[in-house]
Write a protein that binds this ligand. Structure first.
Ligand code: GLY
Length: 577
């Protein structure tokens, strides 16, 4: 960071952020600009950004830094992501001096359904069975995915990249309002039904300190430090076959859950080509299914292109911009609902959904003065979609870039912890269609294509994205926030590339969201211009407020340096050198 020596562009950007934020309904903190000369990490907790930056300063590359950041997030944001969860990583490897061309790869380490789980796994079970307790848990993929990335794309050893996370777990980290809110949410769930303590007791005591937490408190997690030391020493073996696997299987046996030793030993990372799309002068490199993020963002961009929406024709966040973007979102989320699922199990018509003629037709169906009924969007369907997620972006001095989004689904996942090892197990099973026709925790309805099957990965909204120009990363972005990940990430990219906002402004300004069903435009609590909300309602949209539309971490690279922004909505601060 350029510390007190703010350059002219940085000072101008800081003035711009104050002007742009001045009218917000809830005044956000004026985020400072962070510009680094060599490389940066934008994570949603300062200690995690610093863990990655420490590894960059040691000479590690972007993947080394990403792995260090992720393991540290497992400690400091244990309700968002961690070794009990899964994720997606998109990597850009720059062209090498020896003539090897650049390449991009997508690493899918999403959780899988256990072998004993079928399409009717949740039929006849308690209404919260896919959200709380042992049946909610998918086989975790994070440790396998991170160690795969390190082994194939990193340069440093496990001990070195895990060292910052272990140190933070042992020496402690300061918790913020976001952590305390997550603890309160668990307390509320337990108050609603004290029997939930049978599942949640360990997480409530070990990670929530029985609710006795305040912003500024310093927490340690020596038990997770023990797990991380085992992983540093023995690699994936420790988690999938060794003592941590034994502890997971033991929890499953005690709580009647389906994950077996064979499920853990059989977990495999899926390495695949990212989804690509041309957009203006850029190439968008995004996550393919089972993420819905890439297809949904590319559909929205394609429709906006056809409607001639851009900075030359539309003011940022004016009524026309909100209406047309919301209409494009409605089409794309309708298709998400009907068509998207794990391509290893069902045929996902990616090419058809992104075909020029198809997007022409969707754009032509949009009225500039009215909105239609939900059934008129996408290919026509009768369905819908999906918190506890964390995104970080990394760029190193060579131009290598990593966009990584990880999750344990809802806050503290299934609330089921792994005694002895200080972490919570995900509740990713709720991202499947658990009961046909019913919405999941994010209000998303999804099709039968997304029913659980042994080894299948649930549909996700996680949208790690790299935008290239002339084969060089200009933006590395993504978000947390369920379906708002997609719309929040996309709007922030548009804020930078269309509206020329510096990243710390682009991330902080208000956003809106439409996910087809509920058929409603959501404005985040920072949205000040109630006139626009009234006008959008006048066009026929139902409108509502919500706390946020995703929490975005974004890096922009230009001639002035590496500009990193972490969303103050979640208390993030970037780091670099
Ligand atoms: N668990 C949130 C997502 O994957 O979309």
């Amino acid at each position: 960071m350029n510390g007190g020596r703010a350059s002219l562009p940085v000072r101008i950007a800081s003035i711009a952020v104050l002007v742009l934020l001045a009218g917000c309904r809830v005044a956000p903190p004026a985020a400072p600009a962070h510009v680094f000369a060599h490389g940066a990490v934008a994570a949603d907790h300062p200690a995690a950004s610093e863990a990655g930056a420490e590894v960059l300063r040691l000479g590690g590359n972007a993947v080394d830094a990403a792995v260090a950041t992720s393991f540290c997030l497992s400690v400091v944001r244990p309700y968002s992501c961690g070794i009990g969860g899964g994720g997606f990583m998109v990597i850009h490897v720059p062209a090498a001096a020896d003539g090897r061309p650049s390449r991009q790869v997508a690493i899918n380490y999403r959780e899988t359904a256990p072998g004993a789980v079928g399409p009717d796994a949740f039929v006849g079970r308690a209404a919260d069975a896919s959200r709380i307790g042992a049946h909610a848990v998918g086989v975790p993929g994070s440790v396998a995915g991170l160690l795969y990335a390190l082994e194939h794309f990193g340069t440093l050893d496990r001990e070195t990249v895990l060292a910052p996370a272990i140190r933070v777990a042992e020496e402690g980290f300061v918790i913020d309002a976001h952590y305390v809110a997550a603890v309160k949410a668990v307390g509320t769930k337990i108050d609603e039904d004290p029997r939930r303590l049978d599942d949640a007791g360990y997480v409530w005591r070990e990670l929530c300190h029985a609710g006795d937490v305040r912003p500024g408190d310093r927490l340690t997690n020596p038990r997770q430090a023990r797990a991380l030391r085992l992983i540093a020493r023995d690699g994936a073996f420790a988690f999938y076959r060794g003592p941590i696997a034994d502890a997971i299987v033991d929890v499953m046996k005690r709580r009647g859950g389906p994950i077996t030793a064979a499920d853990l030993a059989g977990y495999r990372v899926d390495v695949t080509a990212p989804l690509r799309g041309r957009w203006s002068d850029y190439e968008v490199v995004a996550m393919p299914p089972p993420s819905s993020g890439g297809i949904t963002m590319l559909q929205i961009l394609g429709i906006l292109d056809r409607l001639d929406v851009d900075a030359a024709t539309t003011d940022h966040n004016d009524t026309e911009y909100v209406h047309l973007l919301a209409e494009a979102m409605k089409h794309a989320f309708a298709d998400r609902s009907r068509w998207l699922a794990d391509p290893a199990f069902v045929d996902v018509p990616t090419g058809d959904l992104l075909a020029a003629e198809y997007l022409d037709a969707r754009a032509a169906a949009i009225s500039r003065t009215s909105t239609g009924a939900p059934m008129d969007y996408g290919t026509g369907t009768d369905h819908l979609e999906d918190g506890g997620t964390s995104h970080f972006s990394v760029v190193d001095r060579t131009g290598m870039a990593v966009a990584c989004t990880e999750t344990i689904n809802l806050r503290f996942g299934s609330l089921l912890g792994v005694p002895g090892f200080g972490f919570a197990l995900n509740n990713e099973m709720d991202d499947f269609t658990t009961i046909p026709g019913a919405a999941n925790a994010f209000g998303l309805r999804q099709s039968d294509r997304n029913l659980p099957e042994p080894g299948k990965r649930p549909l996700s909204s996680m949208s790690p994205t790299i935008v290239l120009r002339d084969d060089v990363p200009v933006i590395v972005a993504g978000a947390s926030g369920g379906p708002r990940i997609i719309t929040g990430t996309l709007q922030t990219i548009l804020n930078c590339l269309w509206y020329d906002m510096p990243p710390h402004v682009a991330v902080e300004v208000p956003r809106f969201h439409h996910q087809w069903m509920p058929d409603r435009v959501y404005f985040d609590e920072r949205w000040a211009d109630t006139g626009v909300i009234d006008d959008v309602a006048g066009i026929g949209h139902e409108t509502a407020r919500r706390v946020s539309v995703g929490e975005v971490q974004l890096i922009l690279v230009d001639d002035a340096g590496v500009h990193a922004a972490s969303d103050t909505r979640k208390g993030g601060v970037p780091a670099g050198y």
